[in-house]
Design a protein around this ligand. Structure first.
Ligand code: ADP
Ligand code: MG
Length: 593
């Protein structure tokens, strides 16, 4: 109960944030139209009915106010209706845009680790559907407010004549409510989960029939009607079940309504008796009759809006769970600021053990590593050895399970995280391909240096992206990627060079390259790393690569196996050790011969 209402308030608050004052106009408009205006109308009618017996002796002043009130109330209604006619759909899209922005904003505020959580990915994929649910919830919440308003007005008016009226109506509405609520609970899955099974089968078969690669085979094999039959069977099953579930409810709901209706007739009989007796005027009777009806409708409306809101809670849970999600990796209360410097910090992993959340397996166990300022480190090792995990810990995407990571002797948990990130330029295997202009891909590496074209050109030549820049018709202004109009798609290696240019443009003291060069040919990769060697010689560089041609020039190579450093040293040292490194090097060397 609390949940439905609190989601109702939250939904309305979102509308308020999206549309501001207009949302009040919208809510007021609804209430005015469906409650206030009809009330004013019938109230004035009651006055007129009561004046009719003495109409001949009346002064015009005794009914002029009735006419004036009617005119003003009607003007307001017409104005509001005209406004809402045009604005409602507009507000709807505005709200949708607002929700999209809200979702996107939340995405920028979450831990990087969150996105690696499959449950979170699942939640994300459901959010689109929840958006529609949220809008329904807004509409229902407004209808509920309106119904409550109507109910209160009617109760006050009706109680003046018959105090027990409201309680009687509420009690006799309960059977109706129970029937509607139960019906909704049993039919709801047919609108959502069960329906989605049919939709998925239908969608799948439709793609089979319509895609050019699969339609050829269905034509030759004449599978069309068999596939159609599958849709038909699935639908038949669904509608049969759905129908069976719906079937008993109309009659039960009708019975519920009858209970309420009989109570209503009883109360009207009571009012009618008072007219006969002379203690109620015709005008008063008309007013009471209309308000009694309103009482019945609004009681019904309150309960059924409420029941429909409750049915939706399960889906809204997801949405609000998402919006209220908190970061797990937080900045310390009083973070230590690293002194501004271009000298790379000393990085130290001290007895670090780590396992991913919700996993029992240690990826790193008692891991120790010190990276000196300006050192060039290469990490090698098989897939799954833990190389990327080390980088993720260094960027504090995750907190270590045991041990500590020190930056110039300061625990990483005590640093201001976004300050720390300023010292790092990192590029991963799954880097971003911004479908914007060529130059934007590079400028996005450091927003504080945007439009510095000299640095831009430097970064382009270091990364080797200058090799293909000339082939782009619009040069650095060229839109890259196929998503937007006028865009030209790049090859895998070209994208990687562009992303490298972004990392070089950032010009941070620590450069991390986690296999971003797999699609660049060996020769070009070699040149890029020669560039790094020559041009970035005051920086700390951490390279992860499977190519020994790249790795061999590092100051120190770490061979990682199952989260442990099993060998380390320069290329020559490792070759002479005749361990895993030497073995892998020989395999690759043979492959090239
Ligand atoms: N988000 C994650 N949740 C759980 N396990 C993960 C996650 N990311 C990586 N792993 C596991 O951690 C191990 C090391 O992965 P990773 O550091 O990516 O290896 P590498 O970069 O050396 O190929 C692998 O066994 C991988 O399955
Ligand atoms: Mg990796």
């Amino acid at each position: 109960m609390k949940k439905s209402l609190s989601y109702g308030f939250k939904a309305i608050r979102l509308v308020w944030e999206a549309n501001g004052i207009y949302s009040l106009v919208m809510i007021f408009g609804k209430i005015y139209e469906s409650t206030l205006y009809p009330f004013i109308q019938v109230f004035l009618l009651a006055q007129i009915l009561d004046l009719i017996p003495n109409i001949k002796t009346l002064e015009s002043s005794s009914f002029i106010w009735i006419i004036l009130t009617y005119l003003i109330a009607s003007f307001i209604k017409l104005a509001l209706r005209s406004y809402l006619d045009m604005r409602e759909a507009y507000f709807q899209t505005e709200l949708e845009g607002f929700i999209d922005l809200r979702i996107s904003k939340k995405l920028t505020e979450l831990d990087p680790a969150t996105f690696e959580d499959p449950e979170f990915q699942n939640l994300l994929s459901q959010l689109e559907g929840v958006k529609g649910t949220l809008q329904m919830h807004v509409i229902r919440s407004i209808a509920l407010i309106d119904a409550v308003f109507k109910f209160i007005t009617a109760t006050i008016v009706v109680s003046t004549s018959f105090p027990l009226f409201a309680p009687i109506i509420i009690i006799t509405t309960i059977p109706f409510y129970l029937a509607v609520d139960k019906a909704r609970i049993v039919t709801w899955p047919y609108f959502v989960e069960k329906r989605s099974i049919v939709t998925r089968v239908t969608q799948y078969i439709k793609t089979l029939l319509s895609s050019d690669s699969t339609s050829k085979e269905s034509i030759i094999y004449k599978t069309g009607s068999t596939l159609l039959g599958k849709i038909r069977d699935e639908q038949k099953k669904y509608y049969k079940e759905f129908n069976d579930v719906v079937n008993p409810w109309p009659f039960r709901i009708f019975l519920g309504r009858m209970v309420q209706f009989l109570a209503f007739i009883y109360t009207q009989y009571f009012n009618f008796a008072r007219i006969m007796e002379g203690s109620l005027s015709v005008g008063q009777f008309a007013l009471l009759f209309q308000q009694s009806q309103n009482l019945v409708f609004s009681a019904e409306e309150i309960l059924s809006q409420y029941s429909s809101m409750s049915a939706r809670n399960k889906y809204l849970d997801k949405f609000f769970e998402f919006l209220e999600r908190k970061r797990e990796i937080l900045n310390p209360v009083s973070p230590i600021k690293l002194p501004l410097t271009t000298i790379p910090q000393v990085i130290e992993f001290k007895s670090v053990s780590f396992k991913y959340p919700r996993s029992e397996r240690y990826i790193l166990k008692d891991f120790n590593l010190t990276i000196k300022s300006g050192e060039r480190i290469a990490l090698v090792g098989e897939n799954g050895a833990g190389k990327t995990t080390i980088i993720k810990l260094l960027l504090r995407f995750y907190d270590v399970t045991e041990g500590e990571i020190l930056i110039n002797g300061i625990n990483i948990k005590e640093l201001d995280l976004s300050e720390w990130h300023k010292y790092i330029g990192a590029l991963f295997q799954d880097f971003i391909k911004y479908q914007f202009k060529f130059k934007d891909n590079i400028y996005l590496g450091d927003l504080s240096k945007t439009e510095n074209e000299k640095l831009l050109r430097d970064a382009i030549s270091k990364s080797g992206a200058d090799k293909y820049l000339d082939t782009l018709p619009n040069g650095i202004e060229q839109i890259v990627g196929k998503m937007f109009e006028g865009g030209i798609d790049l090859s895998g290696g070209q994208w990687q060079k562009l992303a490298l240019a972004r990392a070089f443009f950032r010009d941070a003291p620590i450069l991390i390259l986690d296999e971003p060069t797999s699609a660049i040919d060996a020769k070009a990769e070699y040149e890029i790393f020669q560039n790094i060697q020559k041009l970035e010689n005051d920086k700390t560089v951490i390279i992860i690569s499977h190519r020994f041609s790249t790795v061999r020039h590092a100051d120190r190579i770490l061979v990682l196996d199952d989260g442990k450093i099993i060998e380390q040293g320069t290329h020559e040292e490792l070759i002479s050790q005749k361990g895993l490194y030497e073995e892998l090097f020989e395999i690759q060397a043979k492959g090239y011969k």
